[in-house]
Write a new protein. Structure first.
Length: 398
């Protein structure tokens, strides 16, 4: 058997130089199966083969043989731009029993294994390995970008700004998210410009959300530019929606008056006004209470979602001035069930005992309706009002 194996080893080593990649591939595989250490150096050279399949089999074979001479060459492969080569090299090193000797090696190893959650713990050490990976256009490029964002190193800001114009949406989204994590005000204007590029019907809503979320995380430096966006009717409504969302996320009271002005302009688009209503609820300033009450009272507003949003916002602000107007909408049985559901939840959130009896009356009234006539909206309303009554009774007992 020894003579036969020796012959197979020599023959397979020779075949590693064959012009046909498939023959080289089979030769590398055979050398791994034989496990003879004489194949180590030829297999190390095969790690640089022009064909990925051959490189793959060579790395696997070196892992099976387990000779430590392969460690350094495999580490170098693990640092290359090709994610497939990196992954195979990391697996081979695992099989040999190798462990990283420092944080830099560990960073390359974790990237090769795609263990993204472990990388931020290494701090600045991972910046260069991650940047190399991001530039390689690898499939997990977006994960690497998000990971680098979590480290919050300002050196990456310029590069992430460039990636806002990348041709793949997942990379653009990841770059926006990373800029939000870093929180550098230099990213505000590029993010707003990126937001403006999105057509309301032709682009991904997720992308607008990521950009708006990023601006919200950056905070105060983004407030004034976002106010200018929300005030400009010539800008697409999707962009203005994103600006309103970001302003609500930031919660800066400087935005309250401009948002109210957009809200009370009934000629403005309903979906922009709805997003403004929600933003005012997030900010929580009491100046918004009266305008929101007026929106709630606009019973014949075709867009019921604005009134729903107004009720939700009033509940978040929690001002007692809203209790009576909310009750008036609640007890009006001719009003929309969806609106009354939102109103009930808002009253529960405010926690004023004046709402207990009106809620009880609503529950009793709904119970009198024959189940046959209860539709989806009515069922939702019954559930919301019953829940609100229970919540309010608990609060009032405390």
């Amino acid at each position: 058997m020894g003579i036969l194996n020796s012959f197979k080893v020599k023959r397979s080593i020779k075949l590693l130089k064959n012009k046909d990649w498939l023959i080289r591939d089979k030769a590398a595989e055979a050398l791994g199966e034989i496990g003879d250490t004489r194949a180590v150096e030829p297999l190390i050279r095969a790690l640089k083969d022009k064909d990925w399949f051959v490189r793959n089999k060579a790395a696997k074979a070196l892992g099976i043989i387990g000779d430590t001479r392969a460690v350094e060459p495999l580490i170098q492969v693990m640092k290359t731009e090709d994610i497939c080569d990196r992954g195979i090299a990391a697996k081979a090193l695992d099989r040999i029993g190798w462990e990283p000797t420092d944080d830099v090696e560990k960073a390359y190893y974790l990237i090769a294994k795609r263990q993204w959650d472990e990388l931020p713990r290494l701090g600045e050490t991972v910046i260069e390995p991650l940047m190399l990976f991001i530039r390689s256009d690898s499939p997990d490029q977006d994960e690497a970008i998000r990971t680098l964002g979590k480290i919050r190193d300002g050196r990456a800001v310029k590069y992430f700004i460039l990636l806002l114009n990348y041709n793949q949406y997942d990379v653009r989204d990841a770059a926006a998210e990373a800029l939000g994590e870093i929180g550098n005000e230099k990213a505000v204007e590029p993010l707003i410009q990126a937001l403006k590029k999105y057509h309301p019907f032709g682009s991904r809503l997720e992308s607008r959300y990521e950009i708006s979320e990023a601006l919200g995380k950056i905070g105060k430096p983004a407030v004034e530019p976002l106010i200018q966006v929300i005030k400009n009717k010539n800008i697409g409504f999707g962009v203005r929606n994103g600006a309103a969302f970001a302003l609500g996320k930031i919660g800066n009271e400087k935005a309250v008056e401009p948002l109210i002005q957009v809200l009370i302009d009934e000629s403005d688009r309903h979906n922009v006004r709805r997003e403004v209503v929600l933003a005012l609820g997030e900010i929580g300033n009491e100046k918004a209470v009266e305008p929101l009450i007026q929106v709630l009272r606009g019973r014949y507003d075709f867009y019921k979602d604005i009134r729903n949003s107004a009720a939700i916002a009033l509940g978040k602000i929690g001002n007692e001035k809203a209790v009576e107007p909310l009750i008036q909408v609640l007890i009006d049985e001719s009003d929309r069930h969806n609106v009354r559901s939102a109103v009930a939840c808002a009253l529960a959130k405010i926690g004023d005992e004046r709402a207990v009896k009106p809620l009880e009356k609503c529950v009793i009234a709904y119970k009198k309706i024959d189940d046959f006539w209860i539709g989806e909206d009515e069922a939702m309303s019954i559930g919301s009002i019953s829940w609100a009554l229970e919540e309010l009774e608990i609060k009032c007992r405390k």
